[in-house]
Design a protein around this ligand. Structure first.
Ligand code: FAD
Length: 440
C-alpha cells in the first residue's frame, strides 16, 4: 500500500455502521489519515430498532452522532455524504460533490431490505431496516388506533390487524413488542377498543421461527408469542401486498393496512454500478483477508461482504461486521508496516432474541437459555454494546420504567398528518394508504 511521498496513507471508510465504526476505531490514533463517510450523521444500534418502532424507545436513545464518537481522534475526519460511486482504477470514491482519493478503502454500507420480488411489498409494506423506517412505522401503528376508534365493520378490523412478515429474530422481536404495546398501554388508553378486536399475526414461510437456532428455542418463542396474543403462522408464504391486504400463496388473504417486512436483507444493488462484483444475496465476495480479489487495497466488511467459513456464508449480524471492521483495519496497518495481511476468523458469540418482558432465547456455544435468564443475558449484552454512556443510561431507565410501569412514553404522532408522512417517504414507497381509500 503506497501513499504519495511526504503524506500519510489515506484510508476512506464508507459507512459508520457496525463495520465502518469499528474499522475507524481501530485506525484512530494510528499513523494514517482516515475519512469516514456516511449518508447519516449518526450510528444506529440496529438490534434495538424494533423498540423504536414499538414506541418503547426514542430514536435518540439508540443513535449516536458519528462525529462525537471520533471527537478525540484527530486523524479521523467524519463527513456527512452519500457515496454514489467508486473508481477502482483511479482509486477515488465519488460523492455528489467531490472525488475523494484513497490509498486503502473499507466499504461497509450495510444491506437493504429484501422483498424477494413479492408484488407490492416494496411499495406497501413497512421495512424495518433503518431509523427512517422505524419512526414512520411507529406513528402509523398509533394512527391506526386513532382511526379505529371511530371506525366500524371491515375497516375497523383492517385497521386493528397488524401483520409481521418474517420469523427471524427481528420479526419475532417486533411481533412480541407490538403485542405488548397493544395489549398494555394502547388498550388501556383506547377504552372503546377491546382486546379481541386486535390481531397481531406473524407470518413465516419456513416450518418454524428463528431458523438456525435450536428447535426447543423456536418452540419456546412460538409458545411465548402466542401467550402474548400473537398468532404465529408458519409454512405460510406471502404472495402480494396491497394497501388493504396481504395475499397468501394458499389462496387466503389477511385484511390489514399494516404489513411489517422483516423477511431478510440483501446487499445494496447500487454497489454493482460501482463496478463491484456481486454474488448471492447481492453480497460482494471477498478473500479470507477481507479484500476484493486482485485489489488488496479495497476491503469489504459487514452485511455487504460474502465470506464462507466451513462451507457456510457468515451471517449478516453485528458481531460479524464489528469483527470484520476491526480485522480489515488491522490488515491495512499490517500492509503499511510491510507485513502480510492475515485471514479473518469469525468468533461466534452466540444468538439471542427477545420475545418480551422476562422472555427471551439465547444460544451461546452449546448452551441454550430461555425465559428470565436469557432475558437478563439479552439486556446485559445490548446495554454493553450500545454506543454512548447517555444512551445506555436512558435505555436502562426506559426499560425499568416500561418494566415496572408499562405505559410507554414515546407515543407522539409526528408529523401531524399522513400527507406529511407520505412526503417524507422515499420515492416509490406509499406506505400510508391514501385517505380516500378509507384510512385515517
Ligand atoms: C432491525 C434490525 C435488527 C437487527 N438486530 C440484530 C441483533 O439483534 N443482533 C445482531 O447481531 N445483528 C442484528 N442486526 C444486523 C446488524 O445490525 C447488521 O448485521 C449490521 O448492522 C451490519 O453492519 P454493517 O457495518 O455492514 O452495516 P450497517 O450497520 O447497516 O451500517 C451501514 C452504514 O452505511 C451507511 N451507508 C449506506 N450506504 C451508504 C452510502 N452510499 N454512502 C454513505 N453511507 C452509506 C448507512 O447510513 C449506515 O450508517 C439487525 C439488523 C436490523 C436491520
Amino acid at each position: 500500500m503506497s501513499a504519495a511521498p511526504g503524506t500519510r496513507p489515506h484510508v476512506v471508510i464508507v459507512g459508520g455502521g457496525f463495520g465502518g465504526l469499528w474499522a475507524g476505531r481501530t485506525l484512530a490514533g494510528e499513523d494514517v489519515d482516515v475519512t469516514l463517510l456516511d449518508r447519516r450523521n449518526y450510528h444506529t444500534f440496529f438490534p434495538l430498532l424494533y423498540q423504536v418502532a414499538a414506541a418503547e424507545l426514542a430514536p435518540a436513545d439508540i443513535a449516536y452522532p458519528i462525529r462525537s464518537i471520533f471527537r478525540r481522534a484527530p486523524n479521523v475526519s467524519v463527513q456527512l455524504a452519500e457515496v454514489v460511486g467508486v473508481d477502482l482504477e483511479r482509486r477515488v470514491v465519488r460523492t455528489a460533490s467531490e472525488e475523494i482519493p484513497y490509498d486503502a478503502l473499507v466499504l461497509a454500507p450495510g444491506s437493504e431490505s429484501n422483498f424477494f420480488g413479492v408484488e407490492g411489498a416494496d411499495r406497501y409494506a413497512f421495512p424495518l431496516r433503518w431509523m427512517d423506517d422505524a419512526i414512520p412505522l411507529c406513528h402509523h401503528v398509533l394512527r391506526r388506533f386513532e382511526a379505529a376508534e371511530g371506525a366500524t365493520g371491515d375497516l375497523r378490523r383492517r385497521l386493528l390487524t397488524f401483520v409481521v412478515v418474517g420469523g427471524g429474530p427481528t420479526g419475532v422481536e417486533y411481533a412480541g413488542a407490538l403485542s405488548e404495546l397493544v395489549h398494555g398501554p394502547l388498550l388501556r388508553d383506547f377504552r372503546g377498543i377491546s382486546p379481541e378486536e386486535v390481531d397481531v399475526v406473524l407470518v413465516e414461510a419456513g416450518p418454524t421461527v428463528l431458523a438456525g437456532m435450536a428447535e426447543e428455542l423456536a418452540r419456546y418463542a412460538i409458545d411465548r408469542l402466542e401467550r402474548r396474543g400473537v398468532e404465529v403462522r408458519v409454512d405460510t408464504t406471502v404472495e402480494a401486498v396491497t394497501p388493504t391486504e396481504v395475499r397468501l400463496r394458499n389462496g387466503s388473504a389477511i385484511e390489514t393496512e399494516t404489513v411489517v417486512w422483516s423477511a431478510g436483507v440483501r446487499g445494496d444493488p447500487r454497489v454493482k454500478e460501482w463496478g463491484l462484483p456481486t454474488g448471492r444475496g447481492g453480497r460482494v465476495p471477498v478473500t479470507p483477508e477481507l479484500h476484493l480479489a486482485g485489489r488488496p487495497e479495497v476491503f469489504v466488511v459487514g452485511d455487504l461482504a460474502w465470506l464462507e467459513e466451513e462451507g457456510q456464508p457468515l451471517p449478516q449480524v453485528a458481531q460479524v461486521a464489528i469483527q470484520q471492521g476491526k480485522h480489515a483495519a488491522a490488515n491495512i496497518l499490517r500492509e503499511i508496516r510491510g507485513q502480510r495481511p492475515t485471514p479473518f476468523r469469525y468468533r461466534d458469540l452466540g444468538m439471542l432474541a427477545v420475545i418480551g418482558r422476562n422472555a427471551a432465547v439465547a444460544e451461546i456455544g452449546r448452551s441454550a437459555f430461555t425465559g428470565f435468564v436469557a432475558w437478563v443475558i439479552w439486556l446485559t449484552i445490548h446495554i454493553t454494546w450500545l454506543v454512548g454512556f447517555r444512551n445506555r443510561a436512558l435505555v436502562l431507565v426506559n426499560w425499568a420504567w416500561n418494566y415496572f410501569l408499562p405505559r410507554r412514553a414515546v407515543r407522539l404522532i409526528l408529523p401531524t398528518s399522513d400527507d406529511a408522512v407520505r412526503a417524507l417517504a422515499p420515492p416509490g414507497r406509499a406506505r400510508v394508504r391514501p385517505p380516500e381509500d378509507g384510512g385515517s
